[in-house]
Design a protein around this ligand. Structure first.
Ligand code: ATP
Length: 351
C-alpha cells in the first residue's frame, strides 16, 4: 500500500466546506481502486489565523510544507477582515514562488449536464499551460513624480529558461493528448518579449515533430475560446495571457465553481500545489451551498500528478454522471447542497 503524505490547507470561506468534501471523495476512490491511501495533515493557515497571530502562516510554515508530497488547498482571502494583498502574498503567492511552482495548468471542457453559456458548445476539451513565475507579473519597475508628471513603469521579464520550460511542458502534455499546441502570442504589438516567445516556441517545437503547432494573437485567441473552443488541445501562454484565458475557460464551462487548477513544481525540490480556480466566495460561505466540483476536479488533477490517471478519469466520469443526473448546486442551475452533491458522488463511486 502506497500512502501519500498530503498537506491540507482549507483556508477561508467556502474552502472550509469544499476541501473536506474533496478529501472524502479522494479517500473513497483510493479505497475503490486499492493500492493507495492518503494521510492528510491539516493546517489552519487562513485569515482567522492572521487575526490571532498577525501572520498568515508561522515563520517556519514553508519548511513544514516542504516535507509533503503535495499541497491541497481550498481558498484564501476574506477582504472584509484582511486586505487581499496581505492574505494572498502571505500564503498563496509565497508558496507558489518559494516552491518554484513555475507552471500553472487549468483544464476547461464541455461538462455533461452543465449548460455552457456558449450558443453551440460543441464538445471542447482544452488545457491551458500558464507560465507562473515571471512574464508580465514581475516585481520590477516603479513610480516617480507624484501628480500630473507621474510615471509608472512595469517591466515584463521573459527568461529563456522560464519560457522554454513552460512551452516544453505544453508539448509533453500534448503528446499525451491530441497532439496540438497553440501558442498565445502578441508579437505584432509587443515588439521584444513576444517575438522572443515566438522564437522559443519555434525552437522547442522542432524537438516534437509529431505535435502540430499554431501561434495565435491573444486578442483573436480570446475570441476563439468563445466562438470555437473545440479546436484547441493544449494552449501555452505567458503569465498574464494565461490568467485571462483561464478565466474565459472557466466561464465557457458554465461556472467558476467547477474549474480546477494545479501549480506545478518541475525540479522536484518542492511539492506542487493543487487549488481550484475559485476564491473563498464570502458571499455564499457558511451556507453549505458551495459547488464542491472545482475542488474535487482539483483532487483529480492531484491524482493525475501522482501517477494515477486511471483513478482520476474514473473520478471525473462519476462527477459528470452526477451533474448529468441533475444533482447540482445553485451556481449551475440546481438546488442541491454541497453535502448532497458529495454524497451522490460517493454513492456512485462505491457502486
Ligand atoms: P477571490 O478574489 O479570492 O477570487 P471572489 O469572491 O472575488 O474571491 P470567487 O470566490 O471566485 O471570487 O467568487 C466569484 C463568484 O462566484 C461569487 O459570486 C461566488 O459566490 C461564486 N462562486 C465561486 N466559487 C463557487 C463555488 N464553488 N460554488 C458556487 N459559487 C461559487
Amino acid at each position: 500500500m502506497r500512502q501519500y503524505e498530503i498537506a491540507v490547507i482549507p483556508g477561508d470561506g467556502i474552502g472550509k466546506e469544499v476541501v473536506p468534501a474533496a478529501t472524502d471523495v479522494l479517500d473513497a476512490i483510493a479505497e475503490v481502486h486499492g493500492g493507495i491511501s492518503f494521510k492528510y495533515t491539516s493546517f489552519p493557515w487562513s485569515c482567522d489565523y492572521y487575526e490571532q497571530h498577525g501572520k498568515m502562516m508561522p515563520d517556519d510554515g514553508l519548511r513544514t510544507l516542504q516535507n509533503f508530497e503535495a499541497i491541497f488547498l481550498g481558498a484564501v482571502g476574506d477582504p472584509q477582515r484582511v486586505p487581499d494583498h496581505v492574505s494572498l502574498w502571505g500564503l498563496l503567492i509565497k508558496i507558489r514562488r518559494e516552491f518554484e511552482q513555475v507552471i500553472n495548468i487549468r483544464p476547461a471542457k464541455y461538462f455533461r449536464g452543465l449548460a455552457s453559456p456558449l450558443l453551440k458548445p460543441n464538445d471542447f476539451d482544452l488545457l491551458v499551460v500558464r507560465e507562473n513565475s515571471e512574464g508580465e507579473y514581475s516585481e520590477i519597475g516603479g513610480r516617480i513624480h507624484k501628480g500630473a508628471d507621474e510615471i509608472a513603469i512595469q517591466n515584463a521579464v521573459f527568461t529563456r529558461k522560464g519560457t522554454e520550460r513552460a512551452i516544453r511542458y505544453a508539448f509533453e502534455l500534448a503528446q499525451k493528448r491530441r497532439g496540438h499546441v497553440t501558442s498565445a502570442t502578441k508579437s505584432n504589438g509587443i515588439v521584444y518579449s513576444m517575438p522572443f516567445w515566438d522564437e522559443v516556441f519555434k525552437d522547442v517545437s522542432k524537438e516534437y515533430p509529431d505535435v502540430k503547432t499554431t501561434a495565435t494573437h491573444i486578442d483573436a485567441l480570446s475570441a476563439f475560446f468563445v466562438t470555437k473552443p473545440h479546436v484547441f488541445d493544449v494552449v501555452v501562454a505567458s503569465n498574464l495571457f494565461g490568467d485571462i484565458l483561464t478565466d474565459i475557460g472557466a466561464a465557457i464551462m458554465g461556472s467558476i465553481g467547477i474549474a480546477p487548477a494545479a501549480n506545478i513544481n518541475l525540479n522536484g525540490k518542492f511539492p506542487s500545489m493543487f487549488e481550484p480556480v475559485h476564491g473563498s466566495a464570502p458571499d455564499i460561505a457558511g451556507q453549505g451551498i458551495a459547488n464542491p466540483i472545482g475542488q474535487i476536479w482539483t483532487a483529480k488533477m492531484m491524482l493525475d500528478h501522482l501517477g494515477h490517471q486511471e483513478m482520476g478519469q474514473h473520478l471525473l466520469n462519476v462527477v459528470e454522471d452526477v451533474t448529468h443526473s441533475g444533482v447540482k448546486t445553485g451556481d449551475i442551475g440546481g438546488t442541491a447542497t454541497t453535502q448532497e452533491v458529495t454524497q451522490e458522488i460517493l454513492k456512485r463511486l462505491k457502486r
